[in-house]
Ligand binder design. Structure first.
Ligand code: C2E
Ligand code: MG
Ligand code: MG
Ligand code: MG
Length: 295
């Protein structure tokens, strides 16, 4: 019996090992497949930017959009940035991809301003590797110049965790970006561990509350009090505060009551290609979604 039990355990262990290695190599294969695909994606024009509106909470006015990258590989389908951005970061491909995002978003922002959308802003997500690149200020300046885009039409979103890695260096970089006239926004706020003391010393304009806190409000008391605390913190520092991932009328009502400045989420619109977003803006449908006259 003992031998049989030992034999079974070994079999079982071997099987576990086999599953483990199979899973690992499947993951590695997927990663290699995506990396190879990403190398060619720019040349093949497989990326698109979609744009999601940001609304002023008290008026329902659309003040701008966030640009979100989408990858449509030749074989069909769509790959989400949550899946390929980390791989692009590891392989260094995020630098040329990030340059493309900046150039495309600046051209679009300039176009919307020329169409007469006064004050309209486009927010671009910067990755850690882009921010660490010592040329980042020149890269952004060049993208604005090439697109003939006013600096006040561009916002840059960086995450909270990117602030804390090397705060002195990051602070100098952010000051350089700020001096260009772009606005800086801290994305996914509340998920990192930024020191409030440091936060004060960065030239930032806006905090975006992470959507994990928005998801369960107003029902979840813990998250509701975190959201209130972030709004108060932002206002005490004279920062604009934005809620992302707003999906329900209840969330919107809570955020309005707590004086959140701007709202972004599926309740108003999902991210859309530029021309579709333009049509949506002109249709007035977002205002109706905001005032609750359509569901
Ligand atoms: P993020 O910057 O925090 O963007 C917000 C994400 O939430 C987007 O996902 C957006 O589509 C999604 N979202 C918006 N409203 C709602 C809602 O009401 N409910 C829910 N459940 N989700 C909502 P997406 O487009 O898949 O992007 C994921 C992340 O990928 C972004 O998070 C950002 O970190 C990164 N990313 C996207 N585009 C770029 C880019 O051009 N460059 C870089 N470096 N990162 C990017
Ligand atoms: Mg963002
Ligand atoms: Mg975010
Ligand atoms: Mg996020």
């Amino acid at each position: 019996h003992a031998d049989a039990a030992m034999y079974r355990a070994k079999e079982c262990g071997r099987n576990n090992f086999q599953f483990y290695t199979e899973e690992l190599s499947a993951r590695n294969a997927q990663r290699m497949y995506l990396t190879n695909g990403l190398r060619q994606a720019l040349d093949r024009n497989e990326f698109q930017l979609h744009y999601q509106p940001k609304l002023e909470a008290r008026s329902g006015r659309v003040v701008g959009v966030e640009a979100l990258i989408r990858w449509f590989p030749a074989g069909g389908g769509m790959i989400s940035p949550a899946e390929f951005i980390p791989i692009a970061e590891e392989s260094g491909l995020i630098i040329p991809i990030g340059d493309w995002v900046l150039a495309t978003a600046c051209k679009q922002a300039a176009g919307w301003r020329r169409e007469g959308r006064d004050g309209f802003r486009v927010a671009v997500n910067l990755s850690a590797a882009q921010l660490k690149n010592r040329d980042v200020v020149q890269v952004v300046a060049q993208a604005l110049r090439d697109a003939d885009c006013p600096a006040d039409a561009l916002d840059l979103e960086i995450t909270e965790s990117m602030l804390m890695e090397n705060p002195e260096k990051v602070s100098r970089t952010l000051q350089g970006l700020c001096d260009l006239g772009v606005r800086l926004s801290i994305d996914d706020f509340g998920t990192g561990y930024s020191s409030l003391n440091y936060l004060k010393s960065f030239p930032i304009h806006e905090l975006k509350i992470d959507q994990t806190f928005i998801r369960d409000i107003p029902g979840e008391a813990g998250h509701a009090s975190i959201v209130k605390a972030i709004i108060d913190l932002a206002h005490s520092m004279e920062l604009i505060v934005v809620a992302e991932g707003v999906e329900t009328a209840e969330q919107k009502a809570f955020l309005e009551r707590e004086r959140c400045d701007e709202l972004q989420g599926y309740l108003f619109s999902k991210p859309l290609p530029a021309h579709q977003l333009g049509q949506l803006l002109d249709s007035g449908a977002i205002g109706r979604a905001w005032s609750g006259t359509v569901s």
